[in-house]
Every structure is written in structure tokens, then in C-alpha cells.
Design a protein around this ligand. Structure first.
Ligand code: IVH
Length: 739
């Protein structure tokens, strides 16, 4: 969720409400897309529900502000375009949510009020588990399955008939007598937890992406272009609702009667469904099912209560996207206690080191949890920020008993630690100082804007860390860096996967591996052709022919690489992808050091923070401490220097033209500014001195030529005097430079 401060709905001004509704519409739509189209949600169901609830509350307070694209008017999201679209004869709507017992009491009371029921009259409900899968509408004509469609946006879904026909739980013909001419049966497709775990194991072995949870794997399996793949994935189906059926053809007049009829037709219905007569019985059903939840082999995320009598359902009708006669009572986020067995460090593509908790396996919400994210070093130290749940002053140590929470789809988190159960002698966890992948130093940077320490620890082995290789190489070859035509992201991924390039220098020796390069490119063409074939459904007339063994593009690529064997110094520095070194900073460094040899030597010397090299570097106008530190850290890694030297065997760096400072009285002089300047800011003074060819240093040494001292100058002034360095007032300095 976003980190903006949340203003209570009652305190919102109209303008704030309007902005908030716009933000929520956008955020919810983005979550919908990730959930429904990519099968890859990034927030828990609980967080998502909270966004929708807030949207609803704001709309209720400011009805005039309801947007045309209000999330309340949408269910799910539009179909993705992979499959043929199907318009639902009867829309597939959604359910309102209840989160607390009082929401349930209110739901029952609302219904009784609406129906104006006398006290003596009973309200019977059917309570059913809420299956966490994806809903499906099956259309039968004269008893035969003619179409299966996903929900999509509720009005239009995707035609997944061919895939659904491979599901064992979906009868191709309805059993029994007196089958309506047209009848749409609706329900939930799901994957069992055990099948999900097995599938993920297979995916991982094959080097394919794994699914986050059974729901996503069910969705992914159903939305395959190739029905054979769907058939190989065990999917189940529970029937619980219906779409188009003529009134005269209705086989029952209650929800429970309909469930029995579905079973007679050959469907599975959920065996845990139960009649309930009051809010108390509904609430008791909710707790009973919640207790059973972990032992079930399919995921459920709550229970659903439905008014049993269909004539009452009809009278109650719908409010916007959900029926007034039903509600989903969700489960709270689940927690469990377990033991923190170890902490592993993963290195991401940008070099960020992320700690992961290795846990004593424990079942939470029916899923065996063995790891949890620990976010960063501060989180482990118990000084988590960013709204993370670990509380102040509670660090995590190996052996600790911790509480973990799984909220819907999200990766489990550690939310508490039981200090009373801490084993004796458990030591504070020491965050690694070296990258576990490449053994380069790992550092936490200081945010140049806020001056705060960054929460992320990052590997400095930019050029050699295999966890970061591909991203680095892409940057290296990109337009504003080496600008190698024909060496785009896809090519880099391919050559890296084929073991052809690992470091920048390898790019320039590709010509020596011509045969392997051609083979890789040919393989890529084959795969592309196959993919196209799958998409279009058409078979190719023949396999790639000899004509496709024309490697003109490979020749062009090698020529493009050759054309970049000479490069401007600033581009070269930028291409290295050092943290904080964008094009501007690269240019500053190039101008300041003129050539690579001088630059490298200075950066190595600058590792000593007492050195002149360090104060010179920091003194470059525009290069702050953080940036300076990033460059120094980069060069401090021997691996990086080795990679650079290999690269320098292949490329020639053009020297950067020095600044024209002829005629400047301070060209080549070293100046230190101290105290308060009154005619200009320190930044301006630095910039002016540098324009005139002077070096601006941060500390006074024997090599300092001038110290410009304003009021309040302290130790630097004293040092200048003791070393006999010439001290100037601000005015004297301005006179000297002729301003
Ligand atoms: S009834 C008009 N019953 O929950 C409402 N839905 O949030 C028809 N779901 O889209 C839905 N189990 O995907 C109903 N026993 C059940 C359910 C169930 C799971 C899902 C379904 C629906 C969503 C609503």
C-alpha cells in the first residue's frame, strides 16, 4: 500500500476527497490488473479490501464526487485479449464483505428490515466456504456444455471452453431428466494445495517461474493457450451459483435445493455447506470453518452466507456490484509461532542484499511456511521503519521464537518476537559486510537528499557480481553509454544465458566466439518462430531453413561493437554503472581528471579519507560526499579494477579536453573556503573557482595556496596560519579573481 498519511474519511475536505478518489481508482485498477490479468497480485486480499472499503466510505460521504471509473462500479478487470471474449447473459457479480461479527448481525438485520419480516418469521441461510480460486460460468444447451467463460470484468469474460473441457469435475453433459434448454452453472475453479506444491516443484526443476499460491496457479493453468497444458494441471471445480436459467425451468426454489440439483447433474458441491438460522449460527459456522481451514486441501478465504429462499433473493435484489441477499465473511490474517533457524541473504538484480528468515516449518492458513522476508538490516535490529510490523527495541536473533503472519497472498512476515523464549547466549545478528555472491563489500548508503542512512545494503561489486551482471551489461551497452547498436536487452540476456558474456570486456571478444554466437542466435530464432506458431495456432510449413542461417545481423553486431572501441571518457565512466554516477556526474569526473589513468589512481588514493585525493574529489563542484563515496567504493573493489583492466585491453578512452583557464590568476591553485561567505554561497564560490581552473579542497594542507576565510572561520584558519598559507578575506579573493 502507499505510504501516504491516511486522513480519516470524516476529516477529508472535498478537494482531498476528490484527489483521494482519483488515487484509489488508479491504485485499485492497477491491483486488479495484476490480480486478474497477470495472476500476480502484489498486496494481500486484506489490503486490497481496505482500499475498496475506503473508496466506498469516501463515495458515501461525497456522493457527488463518484467517478465514472469508480472501482465500485467494476468487478475484476476486462479480459486480457489472449482469448475470445464472451458476454455473460447474466452478469457475474461480486460479494460484499463482512469483517466482524457485528457486520454479520447487521447483514441479517438489514435483510429482515428489507423484507419486513415479523418476529416469528425465520430467515434461513445457506452458509458455504468461500473458495479462493477463480469463478467460471458454464453454459449448457440441451444438456451439452457449449461454452466456459471466466468472470473477466463481470460483464465480459474470456472463452476458455477448450481448457475447461479437460477438467474432470466439469461434466460435458448434464445428468438427469428435465434439464433446462439453456442453463448456466457457475462456481469456482481451484487447485488443491498438494497439487500446487507439486506443480511448483516441477516448475522450479524446469527452471520455470513458480506460482505464489494455489489461486494464481489455478488461474495460470486455466488461461493457457494450449489445452494440453491445462489438462496436465490438476484443477477442481465446485458449483455454487447459476446464470441464465428460465424461471419456468428452475429446478428448485432455494439455494440449498439448487446445490442438491447441481450434485444430481454431476457436479461437485462443497460438502461443508450448511443451513443456518440466525446471525449467531452464521458466526458459529465462520469459526468452525476457520478452525478446519488448515486441514482442508484447498484454500478458502472466508465463508459466504446466502438467503436460502430464491423468491426472497429476487426481492432483495442487488446494490451496485453485489447482491443484497449474500455476503462474504472473511477470515482474519493468520498467525503462527515458530523458530527462526537462520538468516540467508539474497542479492537482487540491482545489488540489494535482502535478508530472508529460514523458519522451522509451520502451517499457517493451511500452507507450510519455511521462509519469511526480513526486509533489511534495520528490521532485524528491531528498528523497522516504513510501517513494518517489528516493534521498536525488539531485534531478531537466531533461535528466537517468532510470530509469523500470512495475510492472504503476501509473502509471510515476522510480526513479533517472544523475548521471554530467547535462548540463553543468543547473539545479536551481524549483517554481512560482504556480498554473499561475489564477496565484494556491501554498504549502506546515505541518502544525498535527507542525509539519512539508506535502509538497503548494497553490493559494490557492480561489474563482477553475477547477481547483477545482466542489468549492468544492459546499462553498459545502452544508448548514452557505449551505444552498441544491435546489442539490446534481449541479445544481452541471450548471450549471458549462453555463457558468452559475463563482463564488459567479453562483449569486445565476442568475435573470437563467432560459431557459438551464431548458434545462440539461431536458437533464439527457433524459439521465436515456435512462440509465434503457438500464438497464431498455425504450424510452420518447415523448420527454419538454411536461408535462416544467414547471419548478417551477427556480422552487423560485431561491426557495431568494433565501432565502439574508441569512447569518450565521460561516456566510459557513465557506462560503468556506478551508483549515483549519471551522465552529469560522469562528465564532471571526466573533466576534472582528464584521463583514465589519473582518474583511477586518484580514486584508489581517495579510499584514505585523510588523503588529499579524497578532499579533491569531494571538492569537485557538484560531487557531494555520497557520490564521492560511491565512486571510491567502486574502485576499492579489486574485482572491479580487474574487470576494468580487461576492458581497457579492448577499448581506448579518449582524453577529456581540459578546461580553458589560460589567463586565469588562480588556474592550478588549490583553494579552501572556510567560515561564512557573505557575497555568495559556498556552492557559488566553489563553482566560480573551478571555472577559473582552481581546485577547491575541503581541508588545509601544505599544498593549499589560498584559504578564503569569512566570519566564524575556525580550525582551518588556524591551520593555514600555522602552515604559512596565504589567507584572504572574501573581498580580497574577489579582487584577486577580478570580480
Ligand atoms: S456466490 C452474485 N459462493 O467469491 C455472487 N461466490 O467475492 C455470486 N466465491 O466471484 C458468488 N466461493 O469467485 C459465491 N461459495 C461461493 C463462493 C464464491 C468463492 C468467489 C467467487 C466470487 C467471489 C465474490
Amino acid at each position: 500500500m502507499s505510504k501516504t498519511t491516511i486522513i480519516p474519511v470524516d476529516d477529508l475536505t472535498e478537494a482531498q476527497a476528490e484527489a483521494e478518489l482519483a488515487r484509489l481508482a488508479e491504485e485499485i485498477a492497477a491491483h486488479d490488473e495484476r490480480y486478474y490479468q497477470n495472476d500476480a497480485p502484489t498486496v494481500s486480499d486484506a489490503e486490497y479490501d481496505a482500499l475498496r472499503q475506503r473508496n466506498a466510505a469516501i463515495e458515501k460521504r461525497f456522493p457527488a464526487l463518484v467517478r465514472d471509473d469508480s472501482p465500485a462500479k467494476r468487478v475484476g478487470s476486462a479480459p486480457s485479449g489472449k482469448f475470445k471474449k464472451v458476454r455473460h447473459a447474466v452478469p457475474m457479480l461480486s460479494l460484499d464483505n463482512a469483517f466482524s461479527d457485528s457486520d454479520v448481525t447487521e447483514f441479517v438485520a438489514r435483510i429482515r428490515r428489507f423484507l419486513k419480516l415479523d418476529e416469528g418469521e425465520e430467515t434461513l441461510f445457506t452458509a458455504e466456504p468461500k473458495i479462493d480460486g477463480l469463478s467460471l460460468s458454464l453454459r449448457y444447451e440441451d444438456g451439452a456444455l457449449v461454452r466456459a467463460a471466466t468472470r473477466g470484468d463481470g460483464f465480459e469474460g474470456e472463452d476458455v471452453t477448450a481448457n475447461v473441457k479437460t477438467l474432470e469435475d466439469v461434466p460435458h453433459r448434464l445428468k438427469g431428466k428435465r434439464i433446462p434448454d439453456v442453463c448456466e452453472v457457475r462456481g469456482e475453479v481451484y487447485m488443491t494445495k498438494s497439487a500446487f506444491l507439486k506443480l511448483n516443484e516441477r516448475q522450479a526443476k524446469a527452471g520455470k517461474p513458480t506460482f505464489a499460491n494455489p489461486r494464481n496457479s489455478a488461474a495460470g493453468s486455466l488461461r493457457q493457450l494450449d489445452p494440453a497444458i491445462t489438462a496436465s494441471r490438476p484443477l477442481g471445480f465446485f458449483a455454487y451459483a447459476w446464470g441464465e436459467i428460465k424461471d419456468a425451468d428452475m429446478p428448485a426454489d432455494t439455494q440449498s435445493g439448487m446445490l442438491e440439483w447441481f450434485a444430481r447433474c454431476g457436479f461437485k458441491t462443497n460438502p461443508l455447506s450448511k443451513p443456518c438460522r440466525s446471525a449467531d449460527e452464521l458466526i458459529a459456522f465462520h469459526s468452525a470453518i476457520e478452525e478446519e481451514r488448515a486441514g482442508l486441501d484447498y484454500d478458502i478465504d472466508g465463508v459466504v452466507y446466502k438467503v436460502d429462499r430464491l423468491d426472497w433473493q429476487k426481492r432483495l435484489g442487488f446494490v451496485s456490484r453485489s447482491p443484497r441477499w449474500a455476503i462474504a465473511h472473511k477470515f482474519a490474517a493468520e498467525q503462527a509461532q515458530t523458530i527462526l533457524r537462520g538468516i540467508d541473504i539474497q542479492v537482487g538484480r540491482t545489488g540489494a542484499l535482502t535478508p530472508v528468515a529460514r523458519l522451522e516449518p509451520v502451517t499457517v492458513g493451511g500452507v507450510v511456511v519455511v521462509n519469511a522476508t526480513l526486509h533489511n538490516e534495520d528490521y532485524i535490529k528491531g528498528i523497522g521503519s516504513d510501517g513494518l510490523p517489528i516493534r521498536e527495541g525488539r531485534d531478531l536473533r537466531i533461535g528466537d521464537t517468532v510470530t509469523i503472519q500470512r495475510a492472504g497472498d503476501v509473502i509471510p512476515q515476522i510480526v513479533d518476537v517472544d523475548l521471554a523464549k530467547r535462548p540463553k547466549g543468543a547473539r545479536e545478528y551481524e549483517f554481512p559486510k560482504l556480498c554473499p555472491v561475489c564477496k565484494s563489500h556491501a554498504v549502506r548508503e546515505v541518502n544525498p537528499k535527507t542525509g539519512d542512512r539508506d535502509s538497503v545494503t548494497r553490493c559494490t561489486g557492480g561489474l563482477i557480481c553475477s547477481a547483477q551482471t545482466v542489468e549492468r551489461l544492459k546499462h553498459f551497452a545502452s544508448r548514452n553509454a557505449f551505444d552498441i547498436e544491435g546489442l539490446g536487452d534481449k541479445q544481452i540476456e541471450l548471450f549471458h544465458a549462453e555463457g558468452l558474456i559475463d563482463s564488459p570486456a567479453d562483449i569486445f571478444t565476442l568475435h573470437k566466439k563467432l560459431e557459438r554466437v551464431r548458434k545462440a542466435v539461431f536458437k533464439q530464432r527457433e524459439t521465436l518462430a515456435q512462440e509465434r506458431e503457438q500464438q497464431s495456432g498455425k504450424k510452420r510449413a518447415k523448420a527454419l531453413s538454411e536461408a535462416d542461417r544467414n547471419f548478417k545481423d551477427v556480422d552487423n553486431l560485431l561491426a557495431a561493437i568494433d565501432a565502439r572501441r574508441r569512447i569518450a571518457f565521460a561516456r566510459f565512466i557513465y557506462a560503468l554503472g556506478i551508483r549515483h554516477i549519471g551522465e552529469t556526474n560522469a562528465r564532471l569526473l571526466a573533466r576534472n581528471y582528464g584521463n583514465y589513468a589519473a582518474f583511477e589512481q586518484a580514486m584508489i588514493a581517495a579510499a584514505d579519507l585523510e588523503s588529499e585525493a579524497w578532499s579533491d574529489l569531494q571538492a569537485i563542484n557538484g560531487i557531494g560526499d555520497v557520490v564521492a563515496k560511491a565512486v571510491v567504493d567502486f574502485f576499492a573493489e579489486k574485482h572491479n579494477r580487474d574487470a576494468l583492466h580487461a576492458l581497457l585491453k579492448e577499448v581506448t578512452i579518449e582524453e577529456e579536453e581540459a578546461l580553458d583557464t589560460s589567463g586565469s590568476p588562480v588556474a592550478g591553485k588549490t583553494v579552501v573556503f572556510t567560515g561564512t561567505l557573505e557575497k555568495m554561497t559556498r556552492e557559488e564560490a566553489k563553482a566560480m573557482a573551478e571555472r577559473l581552473g582552481a581546485k577547491v579542497a575541503g581541508s588545509v594542507s601544505k599544498k593549499t595556496d589560498y584559504v578564503v576565510a569569512g566570519p566564524g572561520a575556525g580550525s582551518k584558519l588556524g591551520k593555514a596560519e600555522s602552515l604559512g598559507v596565504e589567507v584572504l578575506t572574501e573581498d580580497a579573493w574577489l579582487t584577486l579573481v577580478g570580480q
